[in-house]
Design a protein around this ligand. Structure first.
Ligand SMILES: Cc1cc2nc3c(=O)[nH]c(=O)nc-3n(C[C@H](O)[C@H](O)[C@H](O)COP(=O)(O)O)c2cc1C
Length: 250
């Protein structure tokens, strides 16, 4: 994507996502400049100047906070609680105990599901060899592998669904459970980052074998999790505005 910079619509006033992307690109250019790394072949000074002209400077893209600051809203109202959850990709060496994971799942299981069929299963994995085998297939957390010592593999079982019309329901129920799980982890002051499982059939088979899953059990998501260090850095991942999302049909 970075090779298509010439084609970018630079008007940041029309889209929250264009606006934040320009800020990220600007910081990317400056980082390389400050480190004397030449990226002129795909990111020229001319493009950088054009980005600067359209930049909204006050955009923040990441934050560094203390552990107590990060978790200060976990017992607050839902607005502050929900605003305070972020994907965290760096964990301390301290391991989460099984009793705590049981308590996490106990809240996550409040997730609604079609006809209350509850097709979701939580596989909590602590064996580093198994974790690395799964992350090898997943492929999206390469920069953070070393400090991932516990993961959850969330699955949903298609045997709970019967008609063609229900073919996507396992993913919908899985997604709803996943969000509740992320909130439950946050409530327990456990940091997490989802890892996308958009895999080909052969990769699915490989993972099913490693984890001993039933053929009907499909992976929804891999979640890296753990406690955080005393200070953390996380990306703000700016959201689209309500007006960009909401259409009112009268
Ligand atoms: C299903 C799913 C898959 C994701 N996969 C990855 C991934 O492979 N690597 C990664 O670094 N982040 C991954 N993320 C994290 C997203 O980048 C993150 O949720 C998004 O930027 C919003 O940021 P926030 O979670 O801090 O609010 C994933 C998130 C979801 C929900």
């Amino acid at each position: 994507m970075i090779r298509n910079l010439e084609k970018i619509n630079y008007d940041s006033s029309k889209s929250s996502q264009v606006s934040i992307s320009l800020k990220v690109l600007s910081d990317y250019f400056k980082l390389h400049l400050n480190n004397n790394v030449n990226i002129e072949d795909f990111f020229s000074e001319k493009i950088y100047s054009r980005i600067q002209e359209n930049l909204i400077e006050e955009e923040e893209i990441y934050k560094v906070v203390s552990k107590s600051e990060y978790y200060k809203n976990v017992n607050d109202n839902f607005l502050d609680f929900s605003n305070s959850r972020k994907s965290i990709r760096s964990f301390s060496k301290e391991l989460i105990k099984i009793d705590i994971i049981k308590s996490v799942v106990d809240i996550a299981k409040n997730a609604p599901s079609v006809c209350n069929r509850q097709p979701v299963k939580v596989h909590f994995i602590q064996n580093k060899k198994t974790i690395d085998e799964i992350l090898d297939i997943q492929g999206g957390l390469t920069g953070f592998r070393d400090n991932i010592n516990q993961i959850i593999v969330l699955t949903s079982d298609r045997n709970y669904f019967f008609s063609v019309g229900e073919r996507n329901q396992l993913y919908i129920d899985g997604g709803i459970f996943l969000m509740n799980l992320l909130y439950s982890l946050h409530y327990h002051e456990i940091a997490s980052c989802c890892a996308n499982w958009g895999k080909e059939y052969q990769e699915d088979l490989k993972a099913e074998k490693i984890l001993g899953l039933k053929p009907s059990e499909k992976i929804i998501c891999v979640i890296a999790l753990g406690y955080i260090e005393d200070t953390i850095k996380y990306t703000l991942s700016k959201r689209r505005t309500v007006d960009e999302i909401l259409t009112v049909v009268n």
